[in-house]
Design a protein around this ligand. Sequence first.
Ligand SMILES: NC(=O)c1ccc[n+]([C@@H]2O[C@H](COP(=O)([O-])OP(=O)(O)OC[C@H]3O[C@@H](n4cnc5c(N)ncnc54)[C@H](OP(=O)(O)O)[C@@H]3O)[C@@H](O)[C@H]2O)c1
Length: 287
Amino acid sequence: MIKFCDDFFKIMRKINLGKTGEQIPILGQGTWGIKKGKNKEYYNSWKSSLRKGIELGMTHIDTAEFYGLGTSEKTVGEVIAEYDRDELFITSKLFPMHMGFNAMKKAAYRSLKRLGIKNFDLYLIHWPSPITSKQKQMKILDFLIKEGKARYVGVSNFSVEQFKKSQTYLNAELVTNQLHANITKQEHIVDSLPYYTEKGVTLTAYSPLGHRGYTSLKGELRETINKIAESHNATIQQIAIAWLINHKNVMSIPKAFHIKHVEENAKAADISLSETELKLIESNGTH
Ligand SMILES: NC(=O)c1ccc[n+]([C@@H]2O[C@H](COP(=O)([O-])OP(=O)(O)OC[C@H]3O[C@@H](n4cnc5c(N)ncnc54)[C@H](OP(=O)(O)O)[C@@H]3O)[C@@H](O)[C@H]2O)c1
């Protein structure tokens, strides 16, 4: 079992998770890309990257039953088994196509089994379901909290209206809405963040690097980000991540298979952007 030393925790900036009173790393690690049916070397590389991220303080790991059809959860489970569970923060998500309470319950328990943990730190409804009512989706979240299987619950890809409605069906508080938010998709930051901040709900920005890493970012936004990156001695990807988490009440979960990327991402938590720089990126971005 790998133990965490005191210095370890000084590395990563933290954020309040909703109104829970708990602080978690402002940057976690995404695991959307962990695919099924690959060779051992592939999974070993993934595991090395996740370990590196944990060692750099990105102890929040985001997964979902949908990712690699369970392969992501299984791989994450194998890595986190090496560490003190209490020092990690594990989020997973319920696929929205399960019909009925029992099917949802079984799916959540299967996720726990694959992850090898007794409870989720955070469990989310992955998308609003087209086949199951919000009321039923919220019932499973309350149930998991009551059973001690989830410490906190939230949603993902819900509009503000869907979020408000869902909260009315729930005894527990939704602590986050995990949303597609980045420099080229700014509407949740510009339009919805004020609502979540007022309500004490943390916005989790997913795909902070536009899913592909912004290698082909072009136009005025690219020029703006380039200039800002140069002045901070940073990469454009680090500035893209920093833009998100320099907004109060926003945390993010970049995904990186390559260790170099993991290291760069962790450093992005230390970049402080001025109001002018934040606004410059906002005015050049599309939203
Ligand atoms: N709730 C939802 O519906 C939802 C949807 C999508 C994503 N998510 C979550 O959010 C996580 C992140 O989003 P994402 O996977 O869509 O993509 P992302 O984090 O926006 O981008 C990942 C891409 O950026 C590259 N990259 C990472 N760090 C870099 C760096 N420092 N410099 C240059 N390139 C870098 C990665 O390369 P390498 O991998 O080659 O290192 C990969 O190609 C997911 O993994 C998942 O956990 C949630």
